[in-house]
Design a protein around this ligand. Sequence first.
Ligand code: NOJ
Length: 443
Amino acid sequence: MRYQFPDNFIWGVATAAAQIEGAPFEDGRQASIWDVFCAIPGKINRGDRPDVACDSYHRLEKDVEMLKALGVRSYRFSFAWPRIIPDGKGEVNPQGVAYYKKLLALLKENDIKANATMYHWDLPYALQIQGGFGNREIVSWFTRYAEVLLDNFGDDVDYWVTFNEPISVYAGYAQGLFAPGLADEKYARQCLHNLLLCHGEAVRLFRRKRLKSKIGIVVDVWKHYPARPGNQDDEALALYSNECAGYGMFLHPLFLGGYSEALTDYFREHGIAPEIREGDFETMRQPLDFYGLNFYNGLIDDARVAEEKKKAGGNFQDRPENHTEKLRDVLHMLKEKYRIQIPIFISENGVPQTDGPDLESLLDDQERIDYTKGVLTALHAAIADGIDVRGYYHWSLMDNFEWTAGYEARYGLYYRDYQTLERIPKKSAGWYAQLIRENGFEG
Ligand code: NOJ
C-alpha cells in the first residue's frame, strides 16, 4: 500500500548541540552540567566523552551538505547555553553567536527551515553550582538567555522550542541517571516546577517581541499501558508512570492548567510538593503555536516484572518490542485528553543500533527503515483521523553522543566513524531521501 502525506508536510531531521558539536572549551564556551557529569568515572557507558562528538563545531558545512543530500525541508537543532552565555548569566559570547549565525545563514541559503531549541539539557555548570533549576532565580537567568537568543536570531528561526524533553531534569535531579547526577526527589520537583515557569516566561517574552516565527515546546510521550487491563497493580503502575513520572507532569500544567489529581496526591503522600506561588499555573499555561511530540515507543507495564531498565541514553528503547502503532493512540490522547488544538510536529523519532565492528551491517540498516515505516503508518492513520500533524523529524541526522549510552547507541541516518570523523550514509538515508522526494512511501 502507498502512504502519501499532505502537501507541504515538513520532513526533517533532528540533532542537539551537546550531542554533535564537541569543542566544549573552544572560543569562550564553558562547561555544561554534561561536561562535568561525563568526567565522573562510571557515569557514561564505556567511559565515552562528548568532547569531540561529531565535531560539528568545525564541520557545519558538512552537516549542511548531508541535509541537502537528504532533501529535508527543516532542520531541528539546539543552541548551547554555555556557548552563548558561558557562565549562564553574564557576558554574551560573540563567537558563540557567530557560530549559530553561520548555521542559520547556511540553512537559509538552502531553503531549509530552522527549528531551534533553546534548552536541550546542557545547563551551564556555573548555574548548577548556584542550585541550577532548583533555584527560582533560574527563571530570570533563562528569560535573559531567551532574550539574547530572540534578539540575535529572532525571525531567522522559523520554529522556536523553549525546552526539549523536560523529563531530562527529572532523570538528572530525582533519579541521578542524567546530569547533574542528583537523586533528591523533593529538589527535583521544585526544579520541574521552575522549569515550567522558565518556559512560560520565555513564551511571554517572545510574544512581547512580536516576532513572525512560531513558538512551542517539545514533550516526549512514552505512554505506559497496563499489561493486564483491569488488573489493579498494572493499572496503578501505568498511572504512576504516566502521571507522576512521565508526560502528565508537563502536559497537564501546559495544556489543562495546574497539576493533575494523581500528581497532587502523590506530592502530598510523599511530602514532596514544590513551592507554588500565586500566578505560577497561569505563567506555565501560555498559548502556544505548536506542540512537538517526541515519540519512540509505547510501553506495556506488567507489575510482576516491572523492573525498569534504562540503557539507551536513559530511555526505554532496549525493550524487546517496539509498539510503533501506539503513536496513533498517543496522538488521539493529545487531542482528546489534553485538548491540544494547535498543530503538532513529530519532533523526534528514531531507533538505535548497537555499535559493533561490522561496518557493513551497520550501514545496511533495514531495521531502521522497517521501524520508521511502522511509525509513519500509524502517523498516516492519525492524520486521516483528522489530527493536525504538520511534520516529522527523524532522530537523528547522524550517529552522535547518546548521553549515558555514550557512542554505543547509533541513531543516525548517517554513520559516523569515531576515529576518522567521516560520515557515511546508511541505507536508511537513501530511503528517507526518496520518501521526502515522493512525499510518501510504499508500505
Ligand atoms: C530524546 C532526546 O531529545 C535526544 O537527545 C536523544 O538522543 C533521543 N531521544 C534518543 O534517545
